[in-house]
Structure formats: structure tokens, C-alpha cells
Design a protein. Structure first.
Length: 218
């Protein structure tokens, strides 16, 4: 699925989502790629089995025009937020991501926009990319995962090695200059309480928000 919604922990096409509930506001999720520069030990890519009709695995990457067409046909009266995430890392398709965020802001300026990312986009592209999101992105949610570079790499198995941790935090600080809400996240099921406290200290020192998100096991 390219554009989807969630219900009771399940990923649904828009049509199926509306059959269940046609009036409650919901987030609309955009899936741009299967590619990822992390291989996290807890990732649902390895653990979650999906029926073909509700799978987030893409047979091919959608074009910008294909995503725009799905967005333009979306039931906007029940959309409360647009979220770019999926099973891959959205910033790998940076130009498409930016163009689509701008499209949403131009046509639906009242709808909040969010990016879920591992925060390694600047390593991937070899440059600072935070300014690309100015005035088109309301919230960025970055996976912090751990309080030290060693623990982070053990969990994420990031493609760029141990330097990935500092690069992710640097990206978060860059984003503060261009995006209103910068949030760092850890997963409750795989993060011990003392590690969560250490992560909160990191966020507090940088003026960032920490969110502990629930682990989805199935």
C-alpha cells in the first residue's frame, strides 16, 4: 500500500478504513520506499507477517504523481494528519518526500504534516538536509533508540557504523531550526527504564522532546 490508515494495530487501505469508520478523524500514512539504511533488531520488517492486500511492502516505488493522485482522492474530511513513514526510510527518497510535503501544504495547509525517520538522511545524502523541510513539515519524529553510540549501533545495525548516533543527534539539532516540533523516540518494549531516563537526559540537554512509543509485536 502507498497511502494507508491504521485501525486496532492493523494497516488498512483507505477504502477498508472507511468501511470500518467513515467519520472519526485519522492519520493518513504515506509509504514511499522499502529501502532502509538501518536493520533494527526489533523492526517489524523482519517480524510482521502481512496479508498481500494489506502489506506495506512495495512491489515498486511509487512515482510522485501516483502518490499525489492518491492524496488528491483522499477523504480529507476525516484526515487529521499526513505522516510519511512506511517500512522504508522516507529520506532516502528526499526529493519526492519534499515535493509531496509541499503538495500537501499547498492544497491542504490546515493539515499537520509529520515525518517518521531514523535521522540518518544527512549521512545518506552527504549534506545537511534540514532546510529542505522549512515551511512544509510540522513535526519530525526521529528514532533515538538508545543513549550511547555503542548501544544505538547494536540495536539499529546502521549502515554507517558507530558514527550514526552522533549524526542522528546532529540532524535533530539541525531540524530544530526549520521544523516547529522535533521529537526523539524510544520503544518501550526494548528499552529498559534506566536507558529511557538516560535518553531523556540527552533530549533535555538539547532542548528536544522524548516520546516513549509502544512496541508493535504483530
Amino acid at each position: 500500500m502507498i497511502v494507508y490508515a491504521t485501525h486496532a494495530g492493523k494497516y488498512l487501505s483507505l477504502a477498508e478504513s472507511l468501511k470500518i469508520d467513515s467519520s472519526t478523524p485519522r492519520g493518513l500514512y504515506i509509504n514511499l520506499t522499502n529501502r532502509c539504511n538501518c536493520d533494527c533488531v526489533f523492526c517489524l520488517r523482519q517480524k510482521k507477517s502481512m496479508a498481500k492486500e494489506s502489506s506495506l511492502w512495495l512491489e515498486r516505488e511509487p512515482t510522485v504523481e501516483e502518490v499525489k493522485a492518491e492524496l488528491d482522492a483522499a477523504p480529507w474530511k476525516v484526515v487529521k494528519e499526513i505522516v510519511f513513514c512506511g517500512f522504508g526510510e522516507p529520506t532516502i527518497r528526499l526529493s519526492a518526500l519534499v515535493e509531496l510535503l509541499a503538495h500537501v501544504k499547498k492544497n491542504r495547509p490546515q493539515i499537520p504534516t509529520r515525518l517518521n525517520t531514523n535521522g540518518l538522511g544527512e549521512l545518506y545524502h552527504g549534506r545537511e538536509i534540514a532546510s529542505d523541510f522549512e515551511k512544509i513539515l510540522d513535526t519530525v519524529s526521529i528514532s533515538l533508540n538508545a543513549a550511547t553510540a555503542e548501544k544505538y549501533f547494536k540495536i539499529t545495525r546502521a549502515a554507517y557504523g558507530i558514527k550514526s548516533f552522533d549524526a542522528m543527534l546532529t540532524f535533530a539539532e539541525h531540524m530544530k531550526n526549520f521544523v516547529p516540533h522535533v521529537v526523539l523516540t524510544v520503544v518501550d518494549h526494548v528499552t529498559p527504564p534506566e536507558e529511557i531516563l538516560a535518553c531523556k537526559k540527552i533530549c533535555d540537554e538539547r532542548g528536544l522532546i522524548l516520546r516513549v512509543r509502544p512496541y508493535e509485536a504483530s
